[in-house]
Design a protein around this ligand. Structure first.
Ligand code: P6P
Length: 330
């Protein structure tokens, strides 16, 4: 991996590393630049949400049966607009859209398919907790103008890139094209993302877990027993959970930690979605040396049956995830 000096912008990083990627095309760089643009617009809006009256729900429900927050709508529309006129995608799948979205006839289509959760953690908007955009990028397989379900209902190992933008104390875009994971922090005074986390790597093991313990009584009893054991004070574990997947994941990627969302009585297949939550974050965590399973299977090997399919998720440092797999195999 080339050495990047202080002040490397996202654009420079993309150009320099894309030359190293056989088959990478200019449109891939353009796609990521449009993602960065949409991220800047969302960051500005999130920072001003309270002032701009963007707090609070619209009163409508999305396909997930969740109340839609105004910023969700703004983020969804902003990413769709940034992508549809740039000639870089042939289809967009969004948590906020019941069905896939296609490029309007007025614009050219491109060779990529984009899946996104435009604003994950939106129930935390009014509490000023970190929220974010999660995305996954496939190169299309289908011919013709519009993408097809076959372009996205495929294993995460096929992804060409995945990332997220976390809107927190700062705005950080974290990205991987499969080799290494890199973070770029937005300097709002110049409107540029600068390389701030070069080649993020997870240690083999951590002693921190993230889960909603209120549901623990609904988990597999073997998991309950594991949780009881790690609380032995001599083991020195800590717990961190903010109820915003992007915020919890980003902390665990930077500092280490095991995130768990096991099946519950209410969410028997898990709560988190495959295409635009579990799979992109699993792509990132594996590129950083970590691991990610649904309790028994590697997330990246699973083929979703529909674009909003949910999955249980155990993701983080490799040895911690392997320990959970062992607990649930035994
Ligand atoms: P619970 C936010 O609504 C979200 O989809 C994820 O961002 C977060 O990890 C999860 O739900 C939290 O779910 O059941 O703990 O409130």
């Amino acid at each position: 991996m080339a050495h990047f000096e202080e002040g490397t912008t996202l654009d420079r990083f993309l150009l320099e590393t894309m030359h190293a990627h056989p088959g990478a095309t200019g449109s891939f760089v353009n796609l990521l630049k449009q993602v960065a643009l949409a991220g800047k617009l969302c960051s500005a809006r999130v920072q001003r949400a309270g002032l701009a009256g963007m707090f609070g729900a619209t009163g409508s429900m999305n396909i997930q049966g969740e109340f839609v927050q105004k910023l969700d709508i703004y983020a969804n529309e902003t990413f769709k607009r940034a992508l549809e006129h740039a000639g870089v995608v042939c289809m967009v799948v969004s948590e906020e859209e019941d069905a896939p979205i296609f490029v309007p006839p007025a614009f050219e289509v491109g060779e990529y398919v984009f899946a996104m959760d435009p604003l994950d953690g939106s129930s935390n908007i009014d509490t000023n907790a970190s929220i974010g955009t999660i995305f996954a990028i496939h190169r299309r397989r289908s011919a013709g103008r519009d993408g097809t379900l076959a372009d996205v209902l495929r294993p995460g190992t096929d992804l060409v890139a995945a990332g997220y933008i976390v809107y927190g104390a700062g705005t950080v875009l974290v990205l991987s094209t499969g080799k290494g994971v890199h973070g770029f922090t937005l300097d709002p005074s110049v409107g540029e993302f600068f390389l701030s986390h070069h080649d993020i790597q997870l240690a083999p093991r951590a002693r921190s877990y993230s889960c909603n313990e209120a549901y623990a009584a609904q988990w597999d009893p073997r998991l309950q027993e594991w949780l009881r054991r790690v609380k032995e004070p001599s083991l020195g574990w800590s717990a961190r959970y903010i109820g915003s997947l992007v915020g919890d994941f980003h902390r665990n990627l930077v500092k280490g930690g095991l995130f768990m969302y096991p099946p519950t009585a209410k969410a028997k297949s898990g709560k988190l979605r495959m295409l635009y939550e579990a799979v992109p974050l699993s792509f990132l965590v594996e590129a950083a040396g970590g691991s990610s399973i649904d309790g028994s299977r590697r997330i990246l090997d699973k083929v979703p049956a529909d674009i909003h399919e949910r999955t249980p998720l155990f993701i983080g440092n490799r040895e911690n995830v392997e320990e959970i797999a062992e607990v649930l195999r035994g």
